[in-house]
Ligand binder design. Structure first.
Ligand code: SF4
Length: 405
């Protein structure tokens, strides 16, 4: 299909009248309605008993969703099988927390499911965001993004609850096919407690144009998604050649301490934290340690310290902590940290440890520390257009992110 302006046109088919010459002739044939009523019963039975699930399982509730397909509950018994494609799904089961980065993808997938379609919100995270509701990355309930037909409370709801929800959905399908009005279930998590900043779908208080904004944002986010691709023009990562095989490492922390003292001039070894190393020499330190047997990069963790005033006044600063582990029996950890002023960029470890790539990107994304020489330093957790770095101490934890929260 040709895309206008790079976006799929959104067509609301629900208001379109259905007409077909054969259908109209059948309607006018005397007595035929008796036969078509029987056919309709069969079709309705088939619809109710072939509710194929499109799983949107993002966290722990997803495990219960998987368990529902296993032998004890065995969802297949009611014709409910799980399909990993929206094209063949009838029921989207949202099982787990949905973040503002996922929400556009969830909505884009929902739009690809053919009508008639339904949504089950499984677990309190999908219903309301639960513990994470007021956190910057979390959507406060999937019903602020798409319409929900059945809510399954619990943390997590067990597989039997999911089966109950599908039976409830079957009742709704039967009622709808027989022409009865089917009101939406109320959201049990939020009825009279608190309201999400974005109105739920179908809620009169919801902003009239919010749905259109969300669809537009979903289409843009999906078309821009390049998280699995290398950055344009990025230099390929060149790994240092493997060091020649070393004898099995038997050193312990004193060896690391001796290296720091003798070669890197470190004299302060605090009891409660890793020793600080000159940022300009830390690649050299990492290379030495790798040669000595510390060959696995365990973590790269950045911390932000906001400016303090008063009696304990201190300027804004950052720290980045690194840890390597020796491999094999008697494995030991060697940890050090870098003390940085705002804007100071330590050299990247990507050339020495391939695993530093995404770990440094994560610290850049969440804390805002840059790493000189990193070949592809861009966001990894948050949406590309995210404002600021959410793990800085002065960042508001409940920051809005339109049009999702
Ligand atoms: S509701 Fe509970 S079990 Fe389900 S995703 Fe949230 S925290 Fe996990």
């Amino acid at each position: 299909m040709a895309l206008k302006g790079g976006r799929l046109p959104v067509v609301d088919e629900r208001a379109l009248p259905y007409s077909h010459p054969l259908y109209d002739t059948l309607l006018q044939t005397p007595g035929l309605s008796v036969a078509t009523a029987a056919v309709d019963l069969v079709l309705e039975w088939g619809l109710r008993n072939s509710l194929w699930i499109f799983p949107m399982a993002t966290s722990c509730c997803g495990i219960e969703l998987m368990a529902a397909a296993a032998s004890r509950v065995d969802l297949d018994r009611m014709g409910t099988i799980v399909r990993a494609t929206p094209r063949q799904g009838d029921v989207m089961v949202v099982a787990g927390t949905i973040t503002v980065k996922m929400a556009p993808r969830v909505l884009a997938l929902w739009e690809q499911m053919p009508e008639p379609k339904w949504c089950i919100a499984m677990g309190s995270c999908a219903i309301s965001g639960d513990f994470y509701r007021n956190l910057y990355p979390v959507v406060p309930g999937i019903d602020t993004v798409l319409p929900v037909d059945v809510y399954l409370p619990g943390c997590p709801p067990n597989p039997e609850v999911l089966m109950h929800g599908l039976l409830r959905l079957q009742e709704k399908v039967r009622a709808a096919r027989s022409g009865q009005p089917v009101p939406r279930d109320p959201n049990p998590g939020l009825i009279d407690l608190t309201k999400p900043a974005n109105g739920r779908v179908g809620d009169p208080s919801r902003a009239a144009d919010l749905g259109a904004q969300q669809v537009a944002a979903a289409l843009v986010a999906s078309s821009l998604d390049r998280s699995d691709e290398p950055a344009p023009g990025a230099e390929p990562v060149v790994e240092a050649p493997d060091e020649p095989a070393e004898p099995a490492f038997e050193g312990v922390a004193p060896e690391f301490e001796a290296l720091l003292r003798d070669t890197f001039g470190v004299t302060d070894f605090p009891k409660d934290r890793a020793p600080a190393v000159d940022p300009a020499r830390h690649v050299e330190l990492a290379r030495s340690l790798k040669r000595m047997g510390w060959r696995q990069l365990v973590y790269v963790v950045a911390t932000h310290y906001a400016e303090k005033t008063g009696a304990k006044a201190s300027p804004e600063r950052f720290e980045v902590a690194y840890a390597l582990r020796s491999v094999g029996a008697g494995s030991k950890v060697a940890a050090w940290r870098l003390e940085l002023a705002p804007g100071q960029q330590p050299p990247s470890l990507v050339g020495l440890f391939a695993g530093a790539d995404w770990q440094e990107r994560e610290q850049f994304d969440l804390v805002g520390v840059g790493f000189a020489g990193h070949p592809d330093l861009r966001r990894i957790m948050m949406p590309d257009a995210w404002d600021g770095h959410p793990l800085r101490r002065d960042y508001p934890a409940d920051k809005e992110c339109a049009p999702w929260r």
